[in-house]
Design a protein around this ligand. Structure first.
Ligand code: SF4
Length: 462
């Protein structure tokens, strides 16, 4: 006889969190864009981590974490961002501050670490990340960076990313401010007129390469990708592009706006996930370069050919996944929009959706695009997410590394749409990978062994 699972107590919501949870169709505004509630155990990372994930894929730069070793270890190779050339970014360098450094200051240690690493690895730039303790002891990181830059002849850029300074979103901003110091520092001769910068793609599992290839095939030149598979020299010339296409708006909109202000480069928000959004990104770009109608013709041909390649398999997955329910919890809300659309294309319903850093406008859009009754949540925590998944009895959870154990503990299929994935999910081919992964996870026979789900799945094996 199977042992009965123990009955679970009802999971409550902290009163301070209630305003950050709404249901689609009820018209209520959501509380967002604020610091996490104390005691809520937010899924968000710290300011330093926010900066590190954004800048880390710059592959020919040195990334030095000024702080205790834990901050560096916690973010080592965090994005899984691939490089087509140098691999300096994949190291996790740290000044490893200890008790005596906290008492006497860590500036000397920082100077020696920087000069030694630059001599050893010959990077084209260096980023120095300030962590919590550096903010407390007051090391003059900017002065050390300036001194080393003068001595070594490369840009050495401080990142003001002390962990306690705000939310992960503040870390994105600190990263944008640091990288912006590179923009505009190299000549732009030779950049073709139909040229773009890709902002907010981090080349997870090689996704930037897929997107770059699409743009090149329709006749649009990519000046720089900030920061997937990025090179310092490309970023220095980024002001020569005619258009900035921003995917991860939470992390890169600040940089795009500053470039618009200072260089007059217009900004478009795009997404490369799902057939609809990928096609729209190409068409939007082609429309912007309307002076050359062949770009639109090539974009239409590309979309037609790529969709024809994957459509038969997508239809087969859709037939199996029809009516299944999913929960989405991701960093930025723009990714959530694409996932809601992609799930719809697979015949699935989004029952729960939330993000770490969405703004009021993002949540308004989510409310409009989701079915009535969908739970929408900002800056959630593990208990809330578990409660919503149980309440809606979802078949799949789409999230990142911190959401994976929540799903597995409840016997729910999981799809990693964040740092740890090894297969590209962007572009048309990415949609096929996504559908295959969703199908494999949702329909896996392993769930029959999860006591909570055994009854539901009995007799419904694929
Ligand atoms: S919160 Fe502070 S100590 Fe913790 S990882 Fe972030 S910077 Fe380091």
């Amino acid at each position: 006889m199977q042992p009965m699972p123990p009955s679970q107590p009802e999971i409550g919501i902290l009163p301070v969190r209630e305003a950050s949870i709404v249901e689609a169709g009820k018209g209520a505004g959501i509380a967002c864009d604020k610091h996490s509630a104390a005691g809520s155990v937010s899924q968000r990372a710290c300011v330093f981590c926010g900066s590190r994930v954004v800048l880390y894929p710059i592959a020919d730069a040195l990334h030095l974490v000024h702080g205790p070793i834990g901050c560096a270890a916690y973010t080592w190779d965090i994005r899984g961002a691939l490089s087509s050339g140098p691999q300096i970014h994949r190291n996790s360098f740290s000044t490893d501050l200890q008790e005596m450094d906290v008492i006497y200051g860590g500036e000397k240690k920082l100077y020696h670490a920087l000069t030694e690493l630059i001599d050893l690895y010959k990077p084209n730039a260096a980023f120095v990340y300030s962590t919590c303790i550096v903010g407390i002891i007051g090391d003059d990181v900017a002065a050390i960076c300036k001194r080393v830059a003068a001595e070594k002849g490369i840009p050495v850029l401080p990142v003001n990313s002390e962990g306690f300074r705000g939310t992960k979103k503040d870390g994105y901003r600190a990263a944008c401010e640091a990288v912006y110091k590179l923009v505009g520092t190299a000549p732009t001769e030779g950049i073709p007129p139909h040229s773009i910068n890709i902002l907010g793609d981090f080349n997870l599992a090689g996704e930037t390469w897929i997107i770059r290839d699409y743009y090149q095939r329709i006749g649009v030149n990519v000046v720089s990708c900030i920061t997937g598979d990025a090179r310092v020299e490309d970023i220095r010339r980024a002001h020569g592009a005619k258009l900035n296409l921003v995917q991860c708006s939470g992390s890169m909109m600040h940089l795009a706006k500053v470039m618009e202000r200072d260089y007059g480069i217009p900004v478009k928000r795009v997404s490369y996930f799902g057939i609809e959004d990928m096609s729209a990104a190409l068409y939007e770009t082609a429309k912007f370069f309307a002076d050359d109608p062949t770009i639109m013709e090539r974009a239409q041909a590309l979309v037609r050919d790529e969709v024809a390649l994957i459509w038969p398999q997508l239809r087969a997955y859709r037939a199996k996944l029809q009516g299944k329910k999913a929960a989405i919890y991701v960093g930025g809300a723009f990714k959530a929009f694409s996932l809601v659309r992609a799930l719809k294309m697979l015949g699935m319903e989004t029952a729960v959706v939330g993000s770490q850093t969405g703004g009021a406008e993002d949540y308004k859009q989510l409310q409009e695009m989701c079915d009535p009754g969908t739970i929408i949540v900002d800056d959630s925590n593990p208990l809330e997410l578990a409660k919503f998944c149980l309440q809606k009895d979802v078949d799949l959870f789409i999230g990142g590394v911190k959401e994976r154990p929540i799903a597995y503990k409840m016997g729910i299929g999981f799809c990693d749409h964040n740092h740890e994935r090894k297969e590209p999910l962007a572009g048309f081919i990415g949609m096929l990978h996504f559908a295959r992964e969703v199908y494999s996870s949702v329909m896996s026979p392993v769930w029959q062994f999860a006591p909570r789900r055994a009854a539901k799945l009995k007799g419904a094996q694929p």
